[in-house]
Design a protein around this ligand. Structure first.
Ligand SMILES: [Zn+2]
Length: 448
């Protein structure tokens, strides 16, 4: 029988040859597949939440890991806009994507951002982000602002904004929240015609210790997409001359007063123990106060002048700079940002004005401490108490006895540390004991 190309023996010979030829490719393919499946990690894209709100101008920063190819498109209506196409070949890559919706032909409103990434040829991910495009910044007008503020005093600015989700006064890296006016909108419109849908805001803000004439207060109206409208306030600042006093501390003060604040009974290095309390613990306590201050309510709860501890003598004032000496060597410095008032031991302490207790507990260097919220970011603080007679969230009336004076915390003897806080920053209580100053500088603005 003549062997043909199609007979059995011929076919098996051909298959063998084909197998020998193809097998290496199959093995390579399987190995490559296994490598992709087991050795190439999953693609990861982070920072995509930045696409959720897109203002008029934004640089979205995203990061890719284990990615061989990535593309990002934005869809709106029938439009498809390319934001990124790249092949980073698995290297960790950070992308800064400038997004200007108007230049890309996009309208304000909703859109979808679709992100697709691959690593190798088997691992793919897809993210869809619902995005809100808002390229319209809020309007902002400064209706009233103090012309001048002394370091350690405070002021109010009256603002009108439309389309803002957050309004505040900014000084360096500090932010002082403005509260929307409690008065009915139509009354505002009657008094300030032409305001449309705009809302009125009052921002109480401090001129904190250390400020000088080169500092500028800014009013800022910001929307949820991050669009900002910023106006500089015309307020000028007068700084004060700071007085420095020297205080000598000894071993027994550090062992008796300082060591409990570090939760220890054995101190090997007295100098560094004092430094730790005066600097680190003080700093932590200040941060706690800033945190508490964020809970200030949106209505004014106080009226008229603040009360000073009855029959008290002023032992230390606002802004006293203190240099501490141990064994003849300066070991630490701090600034005293309240008033120290001494009467007799365990003297009754009254609420300086009406408000709500926002804190009653141990506060490090301040010892047993009560903080009363008076609203719109204004609070009073009472430190070194021997006994507290109020608790958290309790409403208090001006003149009500809330505590007894003492010497808890970093105190050498029985006295009351009294402070006025604006958004958690201490200002001088002296102004707040003066009814005329309050009327001219605070009430007249809050009633505007
Ligand atoms: Zn004090």
């Amino acid at each position: 029988m003549r062997h043909t190309f199609f007979d059995n023996s011929g076919t098996s010979g051909y298959s063998r040859i084909m197998l020998i030829l193809v097998l290496p490719f199959i093995i390579v393919l399987l190995a490559y597949g296994a490598y992709n499946l087991f050795f190439i990690p999953d693609p990861v894209i982070s920072g995509l939440e930045a696409f959720e709100f897109l203002p008029a101008e934004e640089t979205v920063t995203i990061r890719s890991e284990n990615v061989t190819s990535i593309d990002i498109y934005l869809y709106q209506g029938g439009e498809k806009v390319e934001l990124l196409i790249d092949k980073p070949e698995l290297s960790e890559t950070t992308y800064s994507l400038p997004v200007r919706p108007k230049e890309l032909g996009l309208a304000d409103g909703s859109a979808i951002v679709v992100v697709k990434a691959k690593s190798g040829f088997l691992k793919k991910i897809k993210h869809e982000i619902r995005s809100v495009i808002d390229s319209d910044p809020p309007t902002l007008e400064v209706l009233k602002a103090p012309s001048v503020l002394n370091e350690g005093s405070a002021g109010v600015t009256v603002l009108r904004a439309n389309g803002a989700d957050e309004v505040y006064v900014k000084l360096n890296d500090m932010k002082f929240k403005a509260f929307e006016s409690a008065s009915p909108r139509d009354r505002d419109n009657q008094r300030h015609p032409g305001s449309g849908d705009a809302r009125m805001y009052h921002a109480l803000f401090p001129a904190p210790f250390g400020i000088d004439s080169s500092n500028v207060f800014y009013a800022v109206a910001e929307d949820i997409a991050g669009n900002k409208n910023i106006k500089a306030l015309s307020t000028s600042i007068i700084s004060k001359v700071h007085r420095t006093s020297s205080i000598t501390i000894d071993k027994s003060f550090i062992e008796k007063i300082v060591s409990p604040l570090l939760n220890t009974v054995s101190i090997s290095d007295h100098k560094s123990a004092f430094r730790m309390v005066n600097e680190e613990v003080r700093g932590n306590n200040h941060n706690t106060i800033l945190e508490i201050a964020r809970k200030s309510g949106d209505r004014t709860q106080w009226k008229g002048r603040f009360l000073q501890l009855k029959n008290s003598k002023v032992m230390a004032t606002y802004g006293d700079e203190r240099a501490y000496f141990f064994d003849g060597e300066e070991v630490s410095r701090s600034v005293h940002l309240g008033y120290d008032l001494a009467s007799f031991s365990n003297a009754p302490v009254e609420a300086a004005n009406s408000g709500t207790v926002l804190f009653a507990g141990d506060l490090g260097i301040y010892g047993n401490t009560v903080i009363i919220d008076h609203g719109l970011g204004l609070m009073s603080i009472y430190g070194h108490l021997s006994m507290m007679m109020v608790s958290d969230s309790q409403p208090v009336k001006k003149g009500e006895v809330i505590a007894k004076s003492g010497a808890t915390g970093l105190a050498g003897g029985d006295h009351l540390h009294f402070g006025i806080l604006i958004h958690g920053h201490e200002v001088s209580p002296l102004y707040w004991w003066d009814p005329k100053w309050i009327e001219v500088n605070i009430t007249n603005y809050l009633d505007y």
